[in-house]
Design a protein around this ligand. Sequence first.
Ligand code: F6P
Length: 324
Amino acid sequence: MKPQHLALLTSGGDAPGMNAAIRAVVRTAHFHGIKAIGVMDGYNGLVKGSFIELGPRDVKNIVQRGGTMLRSARSEAFRTPEGRATAAKNLRDAGIDALICIGGGGTQTGAHQLAIEHDIRVMGVASTIDNDLGASDRTIGFDTACNTALEAIDRLRDTASSHGRIFFVEVMGRDTGFIAMHTGIAAGAEYVMIPERRESVDELVKVLENRSSEKGSSVVVVAEGDQEGGAFKLAEQVKACCPQFDIRVSVLGHLQRGGNPTVADRLLAARLGAGAVEGLIAGKSNCVVGVVKGDLTYTPHAEAILMKKAIEPDLYRLLPMLAV
Ligand code: F6P
């Protein structure tokens, strides 16, 4: 059951801590006498056969670095059956008997397709700043992205209060509001807009009217995928109702994806990277390794890619209660 020769890749949006996960995979493989190969540029590299050998020294000095030394991509070629067939052939020709895929939902869907169509042993590692993979309570990169966004929001609060302004701050999260909700509460935001819940703009205006007269400034954290279409659109709607508001918009964008990973993300990456290799050794495959309620878990890919992860329900209640 123990693989002799494994390959690993990072795919989809990069996330701080991916390098720490690569390091953990390569060094755990080395510890167990397994050869490791890095695939460049995500699934594109699998289709092209861009492989590099990785020994324990090849992953030195990366644990602290954001991004991914293997680079990443959202591969069109791999979305086609022909692309996946070529990828499987390239793996077999290189003598690789297991593949570790570090990434979010799209990455895990691709891994699952490769496993069922071509009988490749795959293991997913839950990594996306969006935290929207149900197979792990936290995904690698989420904590760092939240801390980066929080630092920016704190700074915006300084200038918002100096000028008595309302700031609409857009954070990442195309389909989910984890970053928005977590940073919103941590930053003491007056309001949070997320894709999971349609808020009425009238309600938001009411809150802002109350808060702005009492407090002088307000911060609204908006997930990029919120149902009103993002921070600029929302700000326009509010300005149309309340021309007296002094409004500014700040879109944090990709700066949330970079930077040195936090302790929490490095630790998670170490556990999941090592867990991926040791899971394969134990005979597991076609699953996603994660941490659920503190324990290492292996969720079958078929389940993991369908799981809908909900934001902690108590946070919805906390926000208005604390933002008075
Ligand atoms: O990786 C997830 C994510 O950062 C989303 O929050 C965001 O919508 C998307 O990736 C941006 O993707 P890209 O880097 O391709 O513009």
